[in-house]
Design a protein around this ligand. Structure first.
Ligand code: ASP
Length: 425
């Protein structure tokens, strides 16, 4: 009977059992067994997903773009995709900013905890600060400069350099469109076949997903167990960030899907659920990409050429959850330090958080370094990061869910507008 259950149900069950086993491990003191014998299976699942991410991005982008008939179609879809991505990110940041101003979690934060957390996380912050300084000292054009790889193999060996892979894939595919058809026939057939093989690999990996998610969750609960007190002191902050992220998942995206892609909220949430579970347990939208692609193509019937282009690009540049959280975090820290942010400072946060989310890699905690850049640019003390670092992982899990849900929504909307959405309610 278990075999017949749909994947999302199996993953959901895996997650539930993982949470229970993790909690039992903490209460009955068998944490070590969980860490030594269960958690590694989660890491194996995560590594498998990461392993396939770079080849998938490259092959699916080349296949997606080269199947567009001409360059003007590519620039039209590209422009549309990026514009919608920016609009959704700005909306997400505004939701975060609105909530943090409304709830004001920083004003209920206990004063005596400030010093304690600052000491505890100081070392962590200073290493991140070094990276952030590097980013800040760069020219404004650094983003574009960094996008060009000097060596494709170096780029392919680092999962946080996905934008470089995307750049090379786009260049490669554009060249394919420009070369006369009969000369690249063989290359096209090769990439089509390769794409099928990669999708099959994803299929195989996903059979392991319920076990992988189970193991990741059990491991995370055990890792978090020492932090219960931290969670309660930061409860209001977590509730604010969580509320913003849930508004996006449960209201904003389903509404956008209904209005602009004609997809029923129930079908949308059910279709994207397996990818959300994987995003939640891995905290990495890049690692989740294989699953997101599979769900969007199979469930919403977004054409391969649109999904293969919009989703890999979204993984790196569209992070609505990240930008929403950055707005909450920045203003929370300012509130704890008793700073009153002016309207122009708040508007800068919207702009900076939007740009910072574009520059954050889709890996666990990928946006922390960029948050430092946001904080320093608005004049909020960076040490404040110490206050929130301890509870970052659960929020990271949730914001990653938002990130991939946002990508899927935009992929469906772009497909609909291009007449390439096969969904029939
Ligand atoms: N973990 C997030 C992602 O992969 C990035 C972040 O906000 O840290 O999408």
């Amino acid at each position: 009977m278990l075999r017949k259950l749909p994947l999302w149900v199996k993953i959901f069950i895996g997650m539930g059992i993982g949470i229970l086993v993790g909690l039992a491990g903490v209460w009955l003191s068998f944490e070590e067994i969980v860490s030594d014998w269960i958690k590694p299976w989660g890491n194996i699942f995560l590594k498998l997903l990461k392993l396939i991410a770079v080849p998938l991005i490259f092959v699916s982008l080349v296949k997606g773009i080269s199947s567009l008939s001409d360059i003007s179609r590519l620039s039209k879809i590209g422009l549309k995709t990026i514009s919608i991505y920016i609009v959704t990110t700005i909306i997400a940041t505004t939701v975060g900013l609105g909530l943090v101003n409304l709830i004001q979690p920083g004003n209920v934060f206990p004063d005596d905890r400030q010093e304690e957390y600052r000491e505890r996380f100081l070392e962590d912050i200073s290493t991140k600060q070094l990276f952030a300084d590097e980013v800040k000292d760069q020219s404004p054009l650094y983003f574009f400069e960094d996008m060009i790889p000097e060596n494709i193999f170096f780029a392919a060996s680092d999962n946080s350099k996905m934008l470089q892979i995307i750049f090379f894939a786009i260049l490669f595919a554009v060249a394919m469109i420009m070369v006369p058809e009969k000369q690249v026939k063989g290359v096209k057939v090769f990439f089509d076949g390769l794409n099928d093989v990669i999708l099959k690999i994803i299929d195989i990996i996903m059979r392991f997903a319920p076990v992988g998610v189970f193991a990741l969750m059990a491991g995370l609960i055990v890792d978090f167990s020492g932090d219960a007190e931290l969670f309660s002191a930061l409860g209001m902050y977590m509730i604010t960030a969580g509320a913003g992220l849930f508004i996006l998942i449960l209201i904003f995206y389903p509404l956008a899907m209904r209005l602009f892609a004609g997809i029923k909220p129930r079908d949308f949430l059910r279709g994207i659920f397996p990818a959300q579970m994987v995003a939640f347990s891995t905290s990495s939208s890049a690692a989740t990409l294989p699953v997101t692609l599979k769900q969007v193509i199979n469930e919403f019937k977004v054409s391969g050429s649109i999904a293969n282009f919009v989703l890999p690009v979204g993984v790196t540049i569209n992070m609505d959850g990240t930008s929403c959280y950055q707005a909450v975090a920045a203003v929370f820290i300012a509130q704890v330090f008793g700073m009153d942010l002016s309207i122009s400072q708040q508007l800068s946060i919207v702009l900076l958080a939007t740009m910072a989310s574009i520059g954050s890699p889709g890996v666990p905690g990928g946006s922390i370094v960029m948050l430092i850049v946001v904080l320093t640019s608005v004049g909020i003390p960076v040490e404040g990061l110490a206050l929130i670092l301890g509870v970052d992982r659960p929020i990271d899990m949730l914001r990653t869910v938002v990130n991939i849900t946002g990508d899927s929504t935009v992929a469906s909307i772009v497909a609909k507008s291009e007449g390439e959405l096969g969904y029939e309610g």
